[in-house]
Ligand binder design. Structure first.
Ligand code: SF4
Ligand code: SF4
Length: 356
């Protein structure tokens, strides 16, 4: 049976105030306030935008969501998890500072920022999924403990998964650090010898002694490496790198299993809103320029089904481009994540679009 996806169209030239109003219209069309009971702690899962990214969904557009959560008696908070890679979002201190710098302040939005997986991303709650790759997954504690969650996603292309929408926002964006590492474990890290200073820090962090100093740089033995990624965060100069392009389908399937963990844990208390605006070839983890945008404005989608909303977002992007995203963005098929999530029973690629 098809799932319902509500859509509020946005056209290029809509003023920010109009887009902001439409975010509230989209929320109301799907009746998202019914997820919230008085005193509920309500997570608004967003992406605060990497340093130098210009395309992330701006917080002032999301204020109507905060207002509606509060009107229903809930206590909203913005949340996301720390990144694996070294950057401005790899620990909670830097992450909150960047979120504030990008406008996600209590004063300006009415909601505080809480990093969902703790100071360094090492905290997690284990949830059973019985998937093809994982029996259980680790999700961020704040996502597990909240009373309701609305995943506010920004439709983008992605260098590894082809597309980033609701499933990626949950699967990667709400997984613990260990969970992210597991997803990336299909992709073993390598040391970029020209950047490595042979300081030896990563050797001390590797749990399986897979790293040694050979000549002027560290070297990872791929046969011993378990893909845990400790070296990725231990190396403060970013000399340890993953080969992101490899094994996309396997990573997407693991990502769908992580997403299923969140959806099942929050069964009946989770919904999805996706902005199909400023759609870039790359995700909001990348620095970007305004001219990197492929689709400027298409609409705001809302659904209770993360698979249906991703399919609808891909279709909407394709209709604006006149061809599939894979022909314009990265040539990586994003359907494995949709099919894997559907097979896990958390949604359907069939949907009915209700225009508001
Ligand atoms: S990913 Fe983990 S196991 Fe592999 S080299 Fe790095 S620290 Fe060692
Ligand atoms: S921590 Fe980084 S710079 Fe130091 S040895 Fe390891 S890879 Fe090289």
């Amino acid at each position: 049976m098809p799932s319902t996806v509500w859509m509020v169209p946005i056209v290029e030239g809509d003023a920010p105030d109009a887009v902001r109003r439409k975010a509230g219209v989209a929320w109301d069309a799907a009746g998202l306030s019914r997820l919230i009971r008085p005193a509920d702690l309500v997570a608004l899962k967003v992406h605060f935008g990497e340093e130098g990214n210009h395309n992330f969904v701006r917080p002032h557009l999301l204020v109507p969501l905060v207002e509606r959560v509060k009107a229903a008696g809930g206590k909203p908070f913005w949340t996301d998890t720390n990144t694996l890679y070294v950057g401005a979002r790899s620990n909670a201190v830097d992450h909150i500072a960047l979120a504030h710098a990008h406008g996600f302040t209590l004063e300006d939005t009415g909601a505080p920022v809480i990093i969902a997986d703790g100071l360094t991303g090492r905290e997690e709650i284990r949830v059973r999924v019985d998937g093809r790759h994982s029996a259980e997954v680790g999700i961020a504690p704040a996502a597990a403990a909240c009373n309701a969650l609305v995943a506010v996603s920004h439709a983008t292309g992605h260098v590894v998964t082809g597309f980033g929408g609701a499933l990626k926002n949950l699967g990667m964006g709400l997984s613990s650090r260990k969970g992210k590492l597991y997803q990336h474990s299909v992709v073993k890290p390598k040391v970029h010898a020209a950047s490595c200073t042979a300081c030896g820090t990563c050797l001390a962090w590797c749990p399986v002694h897979a790293i040694s100093i050979v000549g002027d740089s560290a070297l990872i033995d791929p046969k011993t490496c378990i893909g845990c990624g400790e070296c990725l965060t231990a190396c403060r100069i970013g000399a340890v790198r993953f080969q992101w392009r490899m094994a996309s389908a396997g990573l997407q399937e693991r990502m769908a299993e992580q997403a299923a963990g969140v959806v099942r844990h929050l069964s009946g208390r989770i919904a999805f809103m996706t902005f199909v605006t400023d759609v870039g070839k790359d995700c909001d983890c990348m620095a970007s320029r305004p001219r990197d945008v492929l689709v400027k404005a298409a609409g705001i989608l809302v659904s209770y089904d993360p698979v249906a909303i991703d399919q609808a977002a891909l279709d909407l992007v394709a209709s604006h481009l006149g061809r599939p995203l894979t022909e314009v963005g990265h040539a990586i098929d994003p359907t494995p994540q949709l099919d894997a999530a559907a097979a896990l029973g958390i949604g359907s690629r069939d949907y009915d679009l209700v225009r508001t």
